[in-house]
Design a protein around this ligand. Sequence first.
Ligand SMILES: Cc1cc2nc3c(=O)[nH]c(=O)nc-3n(C[C@H](O)[C@H](O)[C@H](O)COP(=O)(O)OP(=O)(O)OC[C@H]3O[C@@H](n4cnc5c(N)ncnc54)[C@H](O)[C@@H]3O)c2cc1C
Length: 415
Amino acid sequence: MVKEKKKIVILGGGFGGLYSYKSLQKEFNCKDISVTIVNRTNYFLFTPLLHEVATGSIAHHQVVESIRQLIYKSSAKLHVAEVLSIDCDKQIVKTSIAELPYDVLIMSMGATTNFFNTPGAQENSLVLKDLSDAIKLRNRFIDAFEKASEIRDKDERRQLLSFAIVGGGATGVELVAEAADLFRKTFSKYYEGLIDSSDVSLYLINRDHDILTPFHATLRKKALKTLRKMGVYVMINTAVKEVRKDSLVFINDTVLPVSHVVWTAGVKPNPSFFTHEAQYDAGGRVVVDSTLRIANYDNVFILGDMASMQGPNGKSLPMLAQVAEKQGLHTGGNIKRLFAGKKLLPFVYESQGELASLGRWHAVANLKGILFYGAFAWIIWRVIYLSKFISGSKRLKITNDWIVDAFYPRDITRS
Ligand SMILES: Cc1cc2nc3c(=O)[nH]c(=O)nc-3n(C[C@H](O)[C@H](O)[C@H](O)COP(=O)(O)OP(=O)(O)OC[C@H]3O[C@@H](n4cnc5c(N)ncnc54)[C@H](O)[C@@H]3O)c2cc1C
């Protein structure tokens, strides 16, 4: 009699989902199990480079990898659909096109932008979460400069060329630095005589007392100094109360006129779609135990941004790709143990450090307590992120783009 294969369904083809797939491949060679990956797109999105797409450093197709190409040599299946509900009692996932039964479920559906109920923020801001956001942002930058180059009134031009990025975490800092580079080094050259550098204003606004707050103090100081040197107006201890079409209103009721706002102030987990009452933390992440499983269902694993697991400092693990990746790599072995009736191993997270790029040839990095900044840190930043792509061919293509990009101007054609 042919033994029926255990059905493993992975919800989310991002860092947690695809690194789980990789670990299942390693543990089982996907022979004795049937794996189905459910994702709303047919690609894996490499979020750490989205700001480079938004500023024309790399082409948008370079930050995605086809999931079908990644899995085609194995027996795994890709199901491109929206997850709609999960019945853990019946062990069935309902998607927009089918019902999928499972023996083991891995869920890693990531997070979405958190506007913290700030009035006007969702309606009047751009965001940087998905590929389409990065393309939209790039077009917005280009359109603003094209339009401004036709305007003869200086005040009108200045209003049109005012940009604010709200949120001084790694995403906001990396984006503002690349935008400053794009404006100062690329646009200034091609719009010479039409737009003066004094017409452009670029703000980074952060509620906290500093930028990059989880980073080492020395790196925070370096980053702040570098951004200010690049002409970015960094406003710290500044909370946004409202986002209007043409301005930002701060908590002390002062108004900053800006035409373009990008909201990078936070993320919240995507919904879990459980039909039962699950346990959530204050931030809406699903509480998991040390083996990344939810209460009462020992065949349901939650990873990445959706999972709330306590780290060594007593706080939930950060919503980072490096956490999701490591959790994914850990989970394949635990599923093998589960099938063998063995005790599962706890997931222990050890941070690899902190990295943030600050435009071309600048970055800050803390690798296991050793601090780097400047051009060397930027090279480290690139090498580390390159190694995180899943396929070798993508790494090669990105390297090629980066080499060309280092010597030639950014691409400023509208998509
Ligand atoms: C701009 C940006 C820059 C970042 N930079 C860094 C960085 O430099 N370093 C770092 O460590 N982290 C970084 N992060 C955070 C990192 O991207 C996340 O922590 C990581 O992706 C979490 O992995 P995940 O598997 O939980 O979710 P994801 O990687 O986001 O994957 C979730 C997947 O689920 C799919 N999905 C969601 N909902 C559904 C649904 N209902 N139905 C079907 N599919 C669904 C999504 O399409 C996606 O493919 C960055 C994030 C952003 C937005």
